[in-house]
Design a protein around this ligand. Structure first.
Ligand SMILES: Cc1ncc(COP(=O)(O)O)c(C=O)c1O
Length: 391
């Protein structure tokens, strides 16, 4: 057997050759649209801080005060005295905000998805994924003892057929994102609920990109659609996106949350979220609920971007959310486009397989309430200088 170093160096070289090698850029500035990397300033369109709260003075102040009050670390897992008053309060506020009876905090969305799927799905059970579901959802099902399959993206007749033909399972769980993370389009949740009800399947909605942004007060997809909490079995929200902090939660019935406390391994076997983050989130949650201007500004930037991009002949996708992809198809042209934008002082992430399916490499543009209209104009002007062929 060759040694580890030589095996890996061969595989790394292969990735480089395929232009799939990933590298980190070291950021030297706080989370705001103006980004400093290697001493150079850029205008960034790659953050999930949709409401511009990650560097909000009141959120920072709450974190500073919390560090003095609670300390920096939770010091233990939730079940072994790491569950502080501030975590408990945040869980109650998140449940009320999203309209569910209970909520349970996790350290990240990845861990929430792993934990909830593994706690509910085992041998003899099956998960039905939308084909574009996030890696954390796919991984959660892969690591469970159950099996999983994917229905074509947003193809609900196909989901219906699968559930009709694949009945030989004890538990069947349909999982979808509300707003798709790399495409910005939305799932038809009411139709998915109807299909689930008809087939006695359960539903799990990952609202990572909807929470804070959708709904009259940012309460997410349920508020946006006017659904009753009992209509959704499992709801996942993340704190690292529109709420501007870090962590995640699962919301649902009292029974669901009690079961997760017993069985979600990524909840049980890890140090609880820092109380600083819990306290900072309490403040950002207050801002999200009260400050409708941020959501309105974001919506007007989305409309403005689409109007300018359409006028410039850019190939827009079916997204009315803050995630606006421009699909190039090939890895090389996507990377070249991102490099061109960087040469103009604009940062947009080039997203390649395996994050997105083969031949759908793209620029993933994300807008934030922290951007200005003139920054959006700069972006579209630079994009219009790139010759984009449809994939
Ligand atoms: C749809 C979706 N779910 C879950 C996650 C994971 O959330 P977190 O970054 O909190 O781990 C992300 C983002 O990374 C996401 O886009």
């Amino acid at each position: 057997m060759s040694n580890l170093k030589s095996v890996l160096s061969k595989e790394l070289a292969q990735r480089q050759q395929q232009q799939l090698y990933r590298q980190r850029q070291i950021r030297q500035s706080p989370p705001e649209p103006l980004v400093k990397i290697n001493g150079k300033n850029y205008l960034g369109f790659c953050s999930n801080d949709y409401l511009g709260l990650a560097h909000h003075p009141e959120v920072i102040q709450a974190a500073q005060t919390a560090a003095k009050t609670y300390g920096v670390g939770a010091s233990a897992s939730h079940l072994i005295l790491g569950h502080h008053q501030v975590h408990h309060e945040l869980e109650q506020k998140l449940a009320a905000f999203t309209g569910f009876p209970r909520a349970l905090l996790f350290c990240s969305g990845y861990m929430a998805n792993m934990g909830v799927i593994n706690a509910l799905i085992g041998t003899g059970d099956r998960v039905f994924h939308d084909a574009l579901n996030h890696a954390s959802l796919l991984d959660g099902a892969w690591l469970s003892q159950g099996s999983s399959t994917r229905y074509p993206h947003n193809d609900l007749p196909a989901l219906n057929t699968m559930l009709t033909t694949e009945q030989n399972y004890s538990r069947r769980l349909i999982i979808t994102e509300s707003v798709f993370s790399m495409d910005g389009d939305m799932a038809d949740i009411p139709a998915i609920i109807d299909i689930a009800t008809q087939h006695k399947a359960w539903t799990m909605i990952d609202d990572a990109h909807g929470l804070g942004v959708l709904g009259s007060h940012g309460g997410g997809i349920r508020q946006h659609l006017g659904l009753q909490p009992e209509q959704l079995d499992i709801y996942v929200g993340t704190l690292g996106k529109a709420l501007g902090t870090q962590g995640a939660f699962v919301a649902g019935s009292d029974e669901l949350i009690e079961w997760l406390i017993q069985r979600a391994r990524s909840y049980i076997y890890t140090t609880a979220l820092s109380p600083i983050l819990a306290a900072a989130t309490l403040t950002s949650l207050k801002i999200v609920q009260q400050d409708n201007d941020r959501r309105q500004h974001l919506q007007s930037l989305i409309a403005y971007f689409r109007q300018l991009a359409e006028a410039a002949g850019l190939p827009l996708e079916n997204s009315l959310t803050a995630i606006q992809p421009i699909i190039f198809g090939a890895v090389e042209t996507t990377l070249a486009a991102a490099d061109y934008l960087a040469s103009k002082g604009i940062l947009v992430s080039a997203i390649r397989p395996p994050t997105v399916p083969k031949n759908t490499s793209r620029l993933r543009i994300t807008l934030s309430a922290a951007h200005t209209k003139s920054q959006v104009e700069q972006l579209v002007e630079a994009l219009s200088e790139i010759h984009i062929k449809s994939p």
